[in-house]
Ligand binder design. Structure first.
Ligand SMILES: Nc1nc2c(ncn2[C@@H]2O[C@H](COP(=O)(O)OP(=O)(O)OP(=O)(O)O)[C@@H](O)[C@H]2O)c(=O)[nH]1
Ligand SMILES: [Mg+2]
Ligand SMILES: [Zn+2]
Length: 361
C-alpha cells in the first residue's frame, strides 16, 4: 500500500474542514515577496511530494498534480510556489532555508533535499548507529541550511547507557538540544511536540533504519509511512522510505520524512562547519601565527588543547576530514559548472553559425 494515498487523504481531510494556509507554513516571509497583482490574483501552493517529474502541490482549497517542466527552476519538497487561477505555475518564492548535498556516488551534481524547514531532527539510534562523527556531519548540513538542529536518539527502550550517550552528544556543543526517545511510544515521542507547532516544518534526517518514519507515524498517531526492521545490509534498494514527503499533523505542524542517506557528501559548507565546530574555530583564533597549520607550530592553541584533553582528537580529525572533502566537492562542482557554461556557449555558437549558414543560402 503506497503511503502517498494516505498523505493525500490526510492533507485533503484537513483542507475539507477548516484549512488555513498558516497550517501549511504560509507566513510573512512569503507574503512580503508578493506584488499587489500577485496578492490579488495568484494562489500560493506548497510542494508536498515529488514523483519523478510530477509535483504534488497543496493550495488553499485543493491538491494539484503539477508536471515539472524544463523552464521551471529546480524545486523541492517544502517549496512555496505561486499558481494562477487555473492552477498553472507562475513562479517559485524565495526560501528561508534550503537543504542540499552533493549527489551520492560519482554524480557531479548538487541535490536539493528540502526547503523552508524550521527545525531538523538529526535522528540516530542510540545503539548500533551511534557515531559522534556522523552526528557532526549532519549538524554541519543543518547549520549550513541555517536551521535549528535537535538530535533525536531513538531506540532508548533497547539501550542501557542512555545518559552516557546523551552526555556524549551534549559535549559536542553545550547549546545543542538532545532528546532520547522510544520512537514506538506516543508518550515518549511527546517530547518532540514543542518543535512541531502550527505551521512549523520539521525535517527528519539520518541513516536508514534509525526510525525516522517510525517517529513520523507515532507523531501522526497513525501509520502514514511504511517502516521496516533493522537491516544489516544497508546497500542500495534496502531503504524503506524512498521519497520525500510532507505530512500535516492534526495540530498544524508539518513533518518531512526523508529516505536514509547511505553517504552524506557535503559541498560548500564552510559556514556550517564553523558553526558546528565553533570550539575549534575559536581555538584557531588564538594560535600565535595567523596562518597556523596546527601541525607542529609553536604557540598553537589547537595542539595545546589536544595535549590538555580539552579537544578530542576524533573531533579535530572529523573537522579536517569534512573540511577537505567539502573543499574537493566544491571544486569539482565549480569546475563542472564552468565546463557546462563553456559547453553551453559552444552549442549556442554552433547553432547561430548554422542559422547564419541557412540564411546565407
Ligand atoms: N524498539 C524500537 N524500535 C524502533 C524504534 N525506532 C524505530 N524502531 C524500529 O526500527 C525499524 C526501522 O525503522 P524505520 O522507521 O523504518 O527507519 P527509517 O529511519 O525510516 O529508515 P529508512 O526509511 O530506510 O531511511 C522498524 O522496525 C522500527 O519499528 C525505537 O525507538 N525502539
Ligand atoms: Mg523511513
Ligand atoms: Zn594552530
Amino acid at each position: 500500500m503506497l503511503s502517498s494515498d494516505l498523505i493525500t487523504n490526510q492533507v485533503a481531510g484537513n483542507m475539507a474542514s477548516e484549512f488555513r494556509p498558516e497550517e501549511l507554513g504560509w507566513g510573512q516571509h512569503f507574503i512580503q515577496q508578493l506584488s499587489l497583482e500577485e496578492y490579488e490574483h495568484s494562489h500560493p501552493g506548497r510542494i508536498l511530494q515529488q514523483h519523478k517529474s510530477q509535483l504534488q502541490v497543496a493550495t488553499e482549497d485543493r491538491l494539484i498534480e503539477l508536471p515539472m517542466l524544463h523552464s521551471m527552476p529546480p524545486m523541492v519538497v517544502g517549496d512555496w510556489l505561486l499558481l494562477d487561477e487555473e492552477g498553472l505555475y507562475l513562479r517559485l518564492l524565495d526560501r528561508f532555508s534550503l537543504f542540499s548535498r552533493k549527489a551520492a556516488g560519482t554524480k557531479v551534481q548538487m541535490q536539493l533535499i528540502a526547503a523552508n524547514v524550521d527545525t531538523a531532527f538529526v535522528v540516530t539510534s542510540i545503539n548500533q548507529d551511534f557515531k559522534l562523527s556522523r552526528i557532526e556531519r549532519y549538524l554541519t548540513l543543518v547549520h549550513e541550511a541555517g536551521v535549528e538542529p535537535v538530535v533525536v536518539l531513538t531506540k532508548a527502550d533497547l539501550s542501557d547507557d542512555i545518559e552516557e550517550r546523551v552526555e556524549a552528544v551534549r559535549s559536542l556543543d553545550p547549546m545543542l538540544m538532545v532528546e532520547a526517545v522510544n520512537a514506538l511510544e506516543q508518550s515518549s515521542v511527546a517530547k518532540l511536540i514543542p518543535w512541531c507547532g502550527e505551521g512549523k516544518t520539521v525535517l527528519f534526517l539520518g541513516s536508514s533504519g534509525v526510525g525516522k518514519s517510525t517517529l513520523v507515524n507515532t507523531l501522526m498517531g497513525n501509520a502514514v509511512q511504511a517502516t521496516s526492521g533493522i537491516r544489516e545490509d544497508d546497500s542500495k534498494g534496502r531503504h524503506t522510505t524512498t521519497g520525500r514527503s510532507l505530512h500535516a499533523l492534526p495540530s498544524g505542524g508539518l513533518l518531512l520524512d526523508t529516505p536514509g542517506m547511505r553517504e552524506l557528501q557535503l559541498a560548500d559548507v564552510v559556514d556550517g562547519l564553523e558553526r558546528t565546530f565553533a570550539d575549534i574555530s575559536a581555538l584557531a583564533q588564538s594560535c600565535r601565527f595567523a596562518d597556523c597549520g596546527h601541525v607542529s607550530e609553536p604557540g598553537c592553541a589547537i595542539l595545546a588543547a589536544l595535549e590538555s584533553g580539552d579537544l578530542d582528537k576524533r573531533r579535530l580529525d572529523n573537522y579536517r576530514k569534512i573540511m577537505r572533502e567539502q573543499a574537493m566537492n566544491s571544486a569539482t562542482l565549480a569546475e563542472k559548472r564552468s565546463r557546462d557554461k563553456a559547453l553551453g556557449k559552444f552549442y549556442r555558437s554552433v547553432q547561430s553559425e548554422s542559422r547564419r549558414r541557412k540564411t546565407d543560402r
